[in-house]
Write a protein that binds this ligand. Structure first.
Ligand code: FES
Length: 102
């Protein structure tokens, strides 16, 4: 099942399968200019903030995501799986890439 994922600030929306991480969905929608991080929750390059929507998560590094971050929805896109339509903002190093294409 696919869900609509809207990136706030640059007003872009893509579809993401609920079996794919949000990062995989971003890469499938537009891989050009998106940095290839570890894709395993360890490097922190893909940090986002979930603004609305339901999701599940996999393991991610405590070095990049504190308990306060988790409570605020600040997570790593490579370890977040959509369970409904999602709105997010990009807050990690990927933000520069989105600013270039906006
Ligand atoms: S790509 Fe490394 S933490 Fe997501």
């Amino acid at each position: 099942m696919k869900h609509a994922v809207r990136i706030a600030g640059i007003d872009r929306t893509f579809w993401c399968d609920e079996n794919d991480s949000l990062l995989t969905g971003i890469l499938k929608a537009n891989s050009s200019g998106i940095p290839a991080g570890c894709r395993g929750g360890g490097c922190g390059v893909c940090k986002i903030q979930i603004l609305s929507g339901e999701f599940s998560t996999g393991c991610m590094s405590g070095c990049h995501v504190s308990a306060e971050d988790k409570a605020a929805g600040k997570l790593l896109a490579c370890r977040v799986y959509p369970r409904s339509d999602i709105e997010l903002s990009v807050i990690g190093k990927m933000i520069r890439c989105f600013q270039k294409v906006a």
